[in-house]
Each structure stands twice: as C-alpha cells, then as structure tokens.
Design a binder for this molecule. Structure first.
Ligand code: AMP
Length: 280
C-alpha cells in the first residue's frame, strides 16, 4: 500500500491503472477508521481491482463553530488498518494541496439539502459536494462507496452524479453498528461514559419505529413516539427527528408505498450524533 499526498502523483497512478485496464474504487473518508469505513473498503475490494481510500478532513464542510480542529486524527493507525484491509492507495492530501487558493467554484445541490443536516449545518453539503466532486476528478473512479449512515449525503452525491453526468456509479453500503446498536462513528470517542450509554436510544428509537410501522401507525405518530423515547434520556438534546420520503426528502403525511426515511440528529453534550433507517 502507498500513501500519496499530491494530486499529480495520484493522477499519474490512476492513468497507469487505466492503461492496464484496472477498475478503480474510491472510498472517501475523513479518517479515524472504524468498522463502518472498513465495510466500505470490503465492498470496494469485491467490485474493483484497485481501491483508493481518500483520507481528508475537509474544512469546507465544517461550520465556523464545528469540530474541524478537534476532529480525531490518527494517520498511523489508519494506514495500518487500511493496509490490512487491502487498500492499494491512501490518498491523503493536505488542505493546501486541495485548496491552494480561495475556491471560486462551489458545487451546490439544491432542495434535498434544505432539510435535515443541510438545515442544521448551513453550507455543509456545499462543502461535501465540492470536495467529493474534486476527488472524483482526481481519482476518476468507476465506483465510489458511501455509507447509508449519512443517508442525506448519499442522496446528495447521487443527485450530483446524475445531474452532472459524472461517469461513475455510487454504491451505498449498510450502516455498521456496535453490538448494542449504536452506529459506529469517529465522533463516538467524544462521548462521556454516561452519554455513550444513553446514546443507544437512537437505534432503539429506530427499532421502535420499525415495530410501529408494522403495527400500522401513521408517520406523525411514529415520529412523535421516536421523539418521546429519545427524550427519556436526560443528556439527549434533539436537533431533528424527521420522517421524510427518500431520497427526495419531502415531508410525508400519509404512507403511499414510497420509500421513506426516519432520520435523527441528537446532541449528547457537544457531540452531535446522527442515525437513520430507510423503509423501502
Ligand atoms: P467519515 O469518515 O465519517 O466522513 O465517513 C466516511 C464514509 O464512511 C462515509 O461514506 C460514511 O457514510 C461512512 N460511514 C461512517 N460511519 C459508518 C457506519 N457506521 N456504517 C457504514 N458506513 C459508515
């Protein structure tokens, strides 16, 4: 496995691979790897002969009061895990390499970014769409792998690829969880012992919603019951609990056979966790 830090070197390698008829998979990450990331790598290995994992904590997608500076980083451990998982190249550019001057171009995906994390984190998805678009142009993958844990991100990236005719396929991968149900996240390390215990309420509320849906409850009731369950945990501070169509992310008053998502964002102290379940 090689670690590449420059765009020119990454382009050189991808050109050689292309000439040799390799298929290229890209797994974009911000590092501090856990089994969620590793599941994307495993899926990429199944479908592609070469796998690039990008590792870049993208300042464009963090708001001014968010955790860009303190976002957990551990390059040594990440390279060991990536190597063991069969990654061919870690593409880990510096901020100066990716953004040598102030960007005058931004990729903006409209409408589906007006809700959920797009509403709570203004500009977040502009930063995501812009950096992912740059990564797609640099690595030129055939496939790119994203976790359903960030379901709105998957919808945004798919929309961008479709709208702009980008020549690759997006592969969404299932959410990987801890044994007690908490979705794996690099941010889980911020949680205090007590918050970690209480955070299990997120996956429990999704399970409850599943049972509620089977019982024939309506969207409004399911959402209310999920909120009430989350509120039983004293440290939980709800950012949003939304039941929307998926992937169009429109309000849903009555079930009509369309796929939908129950999406949650909840703060525990200064740690904001997200989780979701897609019903299709
Ligand atoms: P991040 O490093 O948090 O930006 O995540 C990089 C990729 O890993 C994104 O596509 C995430 O959706 C995905 N991911 C993060 N956590 C999980 C998880 N628990 N299960 C599956 N995919 C995940």
């Amino acid at each position: 496995m090689r670690i590449i830090e420059t765009i020119s070197e990454m382009r050189k390698v991808q050109k050689e691979w292309r000439e040799n008829g390799e298929s290229i998979g890209l797994v974009p990450t911000m590092g501090y790897l856990h089994e969620g990331h590793l599941s994307l790598i495993a899926e990429a290995k199944k479908r592609c002969s070469k796998v690039v994992m990008s590792l870049f904590v993208n300042p464009l997608q963090f708001g001014p009061t968010e955790d860009f500076e303190r976002y957990p980083r551990d390059m040594e451990r990440d390279s060991q895990l990536a190597n063991e998982s069969g990654v061919d190249i870690i593409f880990a550019p510096s901020v100066a390499e990716m953004y040598p001057h102030k960007m005058k171009t931004t990729v903006v995906v409209s409408e589906i970014t007006d809700t959920l994390c797009g509403a709570s984190r203004p500009g977040h998805f502009d930063g995501v769409a812009t950096v992912v678009s740059k990564l797609f142009h640099i690595v030129q993958p055939d496939f790119a792998f994203f976790g359903q844990k960030d379901a709105q991100q998957v919808a945004v990236i798919k929309q961008m690829v479709d709208d702009l005719n980008m020549p690759l396929e997006i592969i969404p991968c299932p959410i990987v969880r801890e044994p007690d149900g908490l979705a794996k996240s690099s941010r889980n390390v911020y949680l205090s012992e007590e918050a970690r215990k209480q955070a299990v309420v997120l996956s429990r509320s999704l399970k409850q919603a599943e049972a509620d849906y089977q019982q024939g409850l309506q969207p409004g009731e399911i959402k209310e019951r999920a909120m009430s369950l989350i509120k039983t945990q004293p440290l939980a501070d709800i950012d949003y609990v939304e039941l929307l169509t998926y992937p169009s992310l429109k309000p849903l008053e009555k079930f009509n056979g369309q796929p939908f998502i129950l999406a949650l964002a909840v703060r525990f102290g200064d740690t904001r966790l997200i989780d979701n379940k897609i019903f299709s």
